[in-house]
Design a protein around this ligand. Sequence first.
Ligand code: ARG
Length: 565
Amino acid sequence: MFKFKQEIINNLVTLVDMTEEEIDQHLSIPPDPKMGDYAFPCFILSKSWKRSPHEISEYMADKIQPGEWIKEAHNAGPYLNFFCNREKLTGETLKDICEHREFFGYLEEGEGENVVIDFSAPNIAKPFGIGHLRSTVIGNSLYRLYKALGYNCIGINHLGDWGTQFGKLIAAYEHWGDEEKLKDDPISYLYELYVQFHKEASENESLEEEGRSCFKNLEWGEEEAVCMWAKFKDLSLKEFRRVYDRLDIKFDAEQGESFYNEMLSPTIKMLEENNIVKESDGALVVDLESYNMPPCLLRKKDGATLYATRDLCAAIYRFEEYNFHKLIYVVGAGQSLHFQQLFKVLELMGFPWADRCVHVPFGLIKFKEGKMSTRMGNLIFLEDVIDKAVSLAREIIEEKNPGLESKEEVAEMVGIGAVIFGDLSNDRVKDIDFDWDKVLDFSGETSPYIQYAHARICSILRKEDAHISPQADFSLLSREEEQSLISYLARFSENIKRAADNYKPSILARYLIDLTREFNYFYHRCPVLTAEKELKEARLLLIDGVRQVLVNGLYLLGIKAPQEM
Ligand code: ARG
């Protein structure tokens, strides 16, 4: 479709006073394919042309020349509708899929450019909670989407591994620590200690002081404190990795907050030399009043640095290291102000790349009351959520397909897929009410629904007499159901790009649901294996194309597609 769209743009750019990008932005997809493949809204010109939209579209329809891709252009009220040369589209799309396979739909626009994605970033010594699920799955999907656009992506796990809480934890461990318990279930135990510290500190003020002094020791590099911290970090990472492995998520760098310790003083010095900071009650801040924001606190009265200070160093370091085209932070909406402040400070420091930093916020995720048991207080562990999803998927598979061979593997793919899709299919800015029955519904708008269609196609293609030949006669695919499927396949790239440009994997998720629905519609009306030979070959090629796009699309969301289920 890109080539077709480009031909439309090339035509329009000679007729209207707009840039190629502006035209591109205005071209929309008509709701009904009968109305064409793209529509240009002529009413946006009526003011400057001093003509009615209808007159303009009539005038333009006359001027558009059919070409390699454009079959015709019609005026339809205020719109100018373009129809694609269907035979060309069918042939090129199916050939393209056969040729590019798992890379079908990928683009090259980002070649030679780096995109840094800061995502997941759980906090050490705390459970990998459900709160970090969204950053993890949205970030991972954006990572894959930007890769598909041709960018070189650098995924960074900015682990929360520094800060006053580690002083508290060290103090707690010194008081009540138990080596055995720590080895047994490190994260739960460390979290327990942390909770105990807070409880006791509310009655015993000296404990807070102890915590602060332990953190100072840590910042000064006192051996025992550093040793303890390193141990906590190590144990936490082991647990986190287990979750990442199951989700099939990898990072290119695991530079947590502590990584920037050495850069703190030079960065603060730079701020001081540029007269950007000021003292306020003994603390060091950047005054942001003229930008309607509270001051950005960089150093506390007692000399301790903060989250924001480390983020400042991280951004500068990342630019020096990666000369990024974009630096994307996938962090909850609760930190929006933090990022606004951070980007403003970078701008005030005179970094011309400050506007290449983007915060991609998202809402909260809530579980239906009573459905999820918790190991600790009201904290939900991500691993428990995954286990629960997999066990529910196992039950469903047991019921639907008891003879399936690799049940365990399939349950893992289906269960995890359901959790990821249950997150990604929602507009990320909204809060999610996570409902187990909904995310695992095989006929709902879920990943099992998509995975099931994929497995069904695989099973057709496994049949003995299902030969796929790229030489099939495409012109036989003339039914409406077939043509509509082809339009969907041809729009895959466009959806990848829209999802990446808007930082919204939900756009791709929506597309995959629509494609699956379209496939089911086709499949109920157009027999494949029982069709006469030539038509069968053409339809096999078509459904193989659908299969490929479903796999590729799910992959870009971070979901696997089992061949049987
Ligand atoms: N660890 C932080 C938290 O849990 C998220 C870090 C996000 N990344 C960043 N560069 N600030 O809230």
